[in-house]
Design a protein around this ligand. Structure first.
Ligand code: FAE
Length: 548
């Protein structure tokens, strides 16, 4: 069966989809399709399956990433029926190759969100472009393009947890006040970070195994070279199941990290939200998730609550049905970009005019820049590379950069060391509504990456000098050293204690909340999802205590 037939047949895949279905959460025995929202306020028949037009729901959560999953779980545990609405797919059904997710080295329709051409973060190899044609499909990785920057995001039930490297890093305590100045540090480090780490299933690689396994030769080269230049190398926790990876190396289980899976999903081994928070959510029986449903509008309803417009889409992105539901409370958990775009549009178009002027502000790229270095032949990095990074170089205090030693799982020896750096880049952009295009723009400029590049160079110029090596210039174009046109870590746009109160309640409207990466003003000093999760745990506890 061709990729086209596999990943182009929207309606059959959609109808076969098994929804994560709870009970009692859709109050759906209502007149469908009519302008009868008022009548639905009395309707109360529980069903499962996709959310029904005309439903009246106590809580609607937009998005199923980290923030949305924490909110839904804690609300359900507090006895509240929750509807989660997710624009991406459920990712619970294998394709014709028997796998749910495509391999990083062989992208197909499953790999990209509504693109006919891949947009790989490493666009070139030996200078040659490696992007290729793929069928249009609601795939898992969105490479969303704004002026000057491509923002990579996960699409589907589980959000970014489906595509990320699983690096689960708690920032150093001394860095926290600069990350979220209005948040009590003791509470975060005594209660909410531990809670997030436990629920996410965070663990560390066995250092003895690290020292001997072929698949981390690249990271051992990274460690040796960092230390020879006087930089601390630190192990980085991850949500990958390290025991599973050991079995992959022994050949006793199907391979995932050792088969190069990461960017387009891990079929085994990684504890994405589907296996952690969302599994717990299912167990409550009080949460219903509607995949391939995109929220397009939220506005106050006559008589209280909010009218939410939702487009149900097929796997080519076309709207098949437009639904209107009434929600008493709405949680924006569509990710930094998704939440910011919605709120900026809703404020500018008069749907939520009382949102304050901080909406859309304070957006940053977590200082992401990528770079490769060419090693000498005696520093081979290995043809087998685990796709899950496990260590980084910490030069945050002295040089403003934390560099994850990243894999290049090409299956061949490249003699390359590859790094994703998180830097203290101070530049912040703003989302704004463009009435001419009916779209939200982001004011980022390509030149704004330069401080991040300079900070990353505080590490790699020194390593190159010590090792007598050079930068690779063939990975991001022809003669282009820095991967400076992208970010994996969008943060901000509805910043805590500015666009919201100190717990995520959106200013100007009661019953509307932001509870995702949009709350964090542009930088977390490390990879962000543990902080997003911990902050959501903190905020939802306060919201449940006071608002429900
Ligand atoms: P997110 O997880 O993005 O969830 C938002 C969800 O909302 C998505 O599922 C969207 O499809 C959905 N959505 C958006 N708009 C709508 C709408 N209008 N209607 C319905 N649904 C909507 O948000 N972070 C780390 O800490 N460690 C890593 O190793 C790491 N690696 C990464 C690698 C890659 C390739 C990428 C792309 C990201 C990586 N990240 C990593 C970042 C991390 O995944 C990201 O910060 C979090 O996923 C953000 O969590 P949120 O809850 O904010």
């Amino acid at each position: 069966m061709s990729d086209e037939s596999l990943y182009g047949n929207a309606s059959s895949r959609f109808s076969r989809r098994s929804f994560i279905a709870g009970t009692g959460s859709i109050l759906g025995a209502v007149a469908l399709g009519g302008p009868a929202l008022a009548a639905t306020r009395t309707a109360a028949t529980a069903t499962s399956g996709p959310i029904q037009s005309g439903a009246h729901v106590p809580v609607l959560v937009i998005g199923t990433g980290y923030g949305g999953s924490v909110a839904a779980l804690r609300l359900a545990q507090a006895g509240v029926d929750v509807q989660m609405v997710e624009m991406g797919m459920a990712w619970d059904t294998p394709g014709a190759d028997g796998k749910i997710f495509a391999n990083t080295t062989n992208p197909d329709g499953r790999s990209y969100w509504l693109r006919t051409h891949t947009k790989q973060p490493l666009s070139n190899f030996l200078g040659f472009p490696i992007d290729r044609e793929i069928p249009l499909y609601t795939g898992i990785l969105d490479a969303e393009e704004f002026a000057g920057i491509t923002v990579y995001q996960g699409r589907g039930v589980g959000g970014g947890s489906l595509v990320n490297g699983g690096m689960a890093v708690t920032p150093k305590r001394e860095n926290f006040p600069a990350i979220l100045p209005s948040v009590n540090v003791d509470e975060m480090y005594n209660t909410y970070y531990p809670r997030a780490n436990t629920n996410l299933g965070v663990g560390l690689i066995d250092p003895a195994w690290f020292d001997t396994t072929d698949c981390y030769q690249y990271a051992r080269v990274g460690r040796k070279q960092a230390q020879r230049s006087g930089f601390p190398f630190v192990f980085v926790p991850d949500v990958y199941d390290w025991d599973y990876m050991k079995q992959e190396a022994l050949g006793t289980v199907p391979k995932s990290a050792l088969a190069g899976e990461i960017l387009y999903g891990n079929n085994y081994g990684k504890k994405s939200l589907q296996k952690t928070y969302i599994a717990q959510i299912r167990a409550t029986g009080k949460v219903n998730i509607s995949p391939l449903h995109k929220v397009t509008s939220v506005a106050p309803a006559v008589g209280g609550g909010y009218t939410v417009q939702i487009d149900q889409i097929d796997t080519t992105g076309n709207t098949t049905t437009t639904k209107t539901v009434l929600a008493d409370k709405v949680f924006f958990a569509a990710g930094s970009v998704g939440t910011s775009k919605l709120l900026t549009m809703l404020k500018a178009t008069g749907k939520l005019p009382n949102l304050n002027g901080q909406i859309g502000q304070g957006w940053g790229d977590n200082g992401n820049v990528m770079v490769g270095r060419a090693n000498w032949w005696w520093d081979a990095t290995g043809s087998l590379q685990a796709s899950i990074p496990c260590g980084g170089i910490d030069n945050w205090a002295a040089g403003g950069a934390f560099a994850e030693v990243a894999p290049l799982p090409t299956g061949i020896e490249t003699y390359a060391s590859f790094y994703l750096s998180i830097t203290k880049n101070p530049n912040r952009a703003q989302f704004s509504w463009n009435a001419a295009t009916n779209k939200v723009d982001l004011s980022w400029q390509q030149a704004w990456k330069q401080p991040g590049i300079d900070m990353a160079r505080s590490i790699f110029d020194k390593i190159n000098a010590t090792e007598a090596t050079v930068y690779r210039s063939d990975l991001f174009g022809v003669n282009k050293i820095w991967g400076d046109l992208l970010t994996y870590h969008p943060l901000g746009g509805a910043v805590l204690n500015k666009a919201t109160d100190n717990y995520g309640r959106l200013q100007g409207y009661s019953g509307l909340y932001a509870i995702d990466g949009s709350l964090i003003p542009g930088n977390t000093s490390v990879n962000p999802f543990v902080t997003i999760t911990a902050l959501a745990e903190r905020n939802i506890e306060n919201i449940i205590a006071h608002d429900l």
